[in-house]
Write a protein that binds this ligand. Structure first.
Ligand code: ARG
Length: 400
């Protein structure tokens, strides 16, 4: 907890919603400080145009909105795809990937506007507080951190509403959703509220970016994804920048019911938590990327990267994006992708993503070597006999 007297100006991660509006006012009241509001556009698709006015009306001295969508997809989402980052075998890490980027720009804005502290609206029970604050520690250990949810005595949405009323805080009437949502270009996540019962299926009208597989078109959608050095660069032959590519892919995959996930995951803080996710484009990219790797990647390089992947996912999930072990892993992952170039042909159909074909100018796949037809002596089948005899030596020698 930051010493209240020493804080003069706080940079607050602000969305314009109830929680962060209340926090804005609360900081001014409790810390007797100035507040600079900061918002990163990571593709949450919320109205950001009126945000500065709203922040000022609530008491902020300034409001900075940063569009970080391109950086998010290029440096975070694509890095996760290249590393095969999937947490506990299921979660594609949409929220976990955005947090370090949001926190990095948070520090940047805090410094540029002369703040001596940063504040965020993450609760004391979740992963997000850890991800934000580990990034703050890594990039700016001198900056004080204020986490109102761990400090104040407001306990519920009702408490926040009364606080807002008391201080005349402008609150746009938002429908009180019976769960918590976090959205960016990679995914939409839902947790809490009615989803806390892990036996209860979510209502169909909860989903924002995907249709139910059974409501998807009866015609399959074919699609070609092109990669260069592991990065997706084109859809159906059209070259697209990272943010545009993922946005387009989200739409195509979402229309075909691709990318819904329902799981109970282990939070870093020790709780088990039920999460529901929509990651349409990300799901397609993971499948397509593995398919292009299958013809372009050396076997041992692939297996080394695959051994690293669960640990890489865990580092992302736990908030260690800016850490020495992550730097080491990212260097290895980038090196593994040098030859991962080519195209993958896919079929999206009622929630499924099937690979129809793959090709590459730098393919390691050799029809000539693998063929059942005559290979002109390129592979001597007699060699396999000795190979198996030596591999089997110790197996044969075991007591029976
Ligand atoms: N459970 C997911 C994660 O830890 C999603 C968190 C969503 N955050 C939120 N504030 N609703 O990455």
């Amino acid at each position: 907890m930051a010493a209240r007297e020493s804080v003069k100006r706080v940079c607050l991660a602000y969305s314009g919603g109830l929680d962060t509006s209340v926090i804005l006012r609360w900081l001014i009241e409790e810390y007797d400080c100035e507040v600079v509001a900061y918002c990163a556009d990571v593709g949450q698709e919320e109205e950001l145009s009126g945000l500065p006015e709203k922040a000022r009306a609530t008491g902020a001295v300034d409001c900075v909105v940063r569009d970080v969508r391109e950086e998010f997809v290029r440096d975070y989402v694509y890095t996760a795809i290249k590393g095969g980052a999937i947490y506990e075998g299921v979660y594609l890490l949409g929220t976990a990937l955005a947090r370090p980027l949001i926190a990095k720009h948070h520090i940047d804005v805090a410094r540029a506007t002369g703040c001596d502290a940063v504040a965020h609206g993450a609760t004391g029970k979740g992963n997000d507080q850890v991800r934000f604050e580990l990034t703050f520690r890594a990039l700016a250990p001198e900056i004080a951190v204020i986490a109102p949810w761990r400090e104040w005595d407001l306990r519920s949405r009702t408490d926040c509403m009364s606080y807002a009323q008391k201080y005349d805080i402008p609150i746009t009437a938002t429908i009180n959703k019976p769960f918590s949502i976090d959205r960016n270009l990679m995914h939409v996540s839902y947790e809490g509220g009615v989803l806390e019962d892990p036996w209860r299926a979510p209502d169909e009208d909860m989903f924002i970016t995907t249709v139910a597989p059974e409501a998807a078109p009866d015609e399959p959608r074919e699609l070609v994804v092109e990669f260069e050095r592991g990065d997706p660069v084109a859809l159906d032959g059209e070259r697209l920048g990272p943010a545009d590519l993922l946005a387009r892919l989200n739409r195509i995959a979402g229309e075909n019911g691709v990318g819904r996930i329902d799981m109970v995951e282990n939070r870093f803080v020790g709780l088990k938590s039920r999460g529901v996710y929509e990651t349409p484009g990300g799901t397609v990219l993971h499948v397509a990327h593995r398919a292009i790797e299958s013809i372009t990647m050396d076997r041992e390089v692939m297996h080394e990267r695959d051994r690293m992947a669960p640990r890489f996912a865990e580092l992302i999930y736990n908030g260690f994006w800016f850490s020495p072990e992550m730097e080491m892993m990212r260097a290895a992952i980038d090196a593994s992708q040098e030859n991962v170039t080519g195209e993958v042909r896919l079929k999206l159909y009622k929630g499924n993503v099937d690979v129809l074909g793959r090709r590459s100018p730098v393919s390691l796949y050799s029809e000539k070597l693998v063929t059942f037809e005559d290979d002109d002596g390129a592979y001597d089948q007699a060699d396999a006999g000795g190979f198996i005899r030596l591999q089997g030596l110790r197996l044969a020698a075991r007591p029976k």
